[in-house]
Design a protein around this ligand. Sequence first.
Ligand code: BES
Ligand code: MN
Ligand code: ZN
Length: 504
Amino acid sequence: MTSYTLRNASPAKTKADVVIVGVTTGDKAPTAAAGGEDVSAAYARRFRPLLASIGFTGKAGETAKVPTSGAINAPVLVLVGLGDAKKLTPAVVRRAAGSAARSVSNAASVALALPADTPELIRAVTEGFLLGGYTFTDYKRDTRPESEKSSEIVVLSPIARQSEASAAFERAQLFVEALVNTRQWVNLPANDLNPPTFAEQVVAQHKELTKGKGAPKIGIQVWDENDLADDGCGGILAVGGGSATPPRMVKLTWDPAGATHHVALVGKGITYDSGGYTIKPAASMVSMKEDMAGAASVIQALFLIAKLNLPVKVTAWAPMAENMISGNAMRPGDILTMRGGTTVEMTNADAEGRLILADALVMAAEEKPDSIIDIATLTGAMVVALGEKVGGLMGTDDVVTDLMAAADVAGEAVWHMPLPDEMHERVRSSKVADLAQSDWVRWGGGLFAGAFLREFTDGLQWGHLDIAGPGYNTGGPHGHTPSGGTGFGVATLVEYVEGLTEAG
Ligand code: BES
Ligand code: MN
Ligand code: ZN
């Protein structure tokens, strides 16, 4: 078990295995950042020479581990670069705390002496450190026993005694839990996470969260393949048809007394995307266990919203299917009838996400929520447009504005993409059905997908977040982002819902 404490104390005098101090590049020479002044004072004139001797410049992301030889109480000092002192934002501190976490993996107790003199910075330090230390080791035989991991984490802050500070500290831990749960699901391989086992795990987590007195009340409903057929979900059934593990849909409902807004969250839950008969090139298939990141995000976002007791009604819809090949798989050229009766000419079995989302969006829209937000690892085209670290956002103006603001608070990078009229025409270009699922034109593929989804939102307020890039990190860890599942989007969704309570 790990204990977390927020305390106002001197980092130089704190007894811990490791003390973490930030360093900014400074005007002339690198300097200890806010929170770490006391450590540099304890070193007196030896601090700058120490930095110089190891070539530490303070640029963002730089880390160094140095023995203190009695200069301060802790035996080891971890230095982490924060870059330019004038550009010190919570996002910079969050990333730095994440980098620092990876250099203290064998310490039993850690004290963080990073800039933490506002609630926002306390949140950034805590989230960054806890998220940066995450690794997915469930399948490793030599996993380090839990007892060897840091068991005492102390965040030092001059405002530790203030209620806003402890609230920010608690809140950060809840956000971390939601992101870590999301990452765990995304990282589970598809041989262990398929639509039925995914749905079972949601049911199990729901049961755990809602048991006991005072626990949040959250409704849950699971559709199996027969229920989906009864309800006319032709998109989910077609996509899941080729798999030995049948599709599911999970709905969660948080409906607190006095709620004035209703937000529906819809997340893509493809537990594996082989591309179906439009099979993917071998190398592109390898990471496709990630294709349920949207579903994992909306479920964990709803759980977190309930834990935070936010006074907004929220429903989360998670359509789940595995996109495979067999005699029962959908064939390019098939005409599908979606929930609500719209027909779709399916021409690309690898554009499966929009098909399962369509049914779920229609179901969500039937309840006439005030807004619908969908989140999906939807298109490679969005990764081409924005790179691997930025999510693509589309939708109606007000929702886009609110989501951009929420992403900013959450520290997640999203960019507003257009839905030009041309896309509307392309989506309507099928000669044989109401809509074309794809037109095999590569240009603007992410926008086509957005325009296709819009057709199923019944003209309601709507936002669409394509996280094909940032939802999964195929490279090495950086900042608070690990390899594999990232949890990207969860914090933005929760901040969006919370923002509605402030708007009144
Ligand atoms: N799951 C993929 C999108 C994806 C690509 C996610 C890379 C994460 C990383 C999606 O189902 C897909 O295959 N999209 C196609 C759409 C196309 C066929 C219209 C794509 O991006 O090529
Ligand atoms: Mn696909
Ligand atoms: Zn996919």
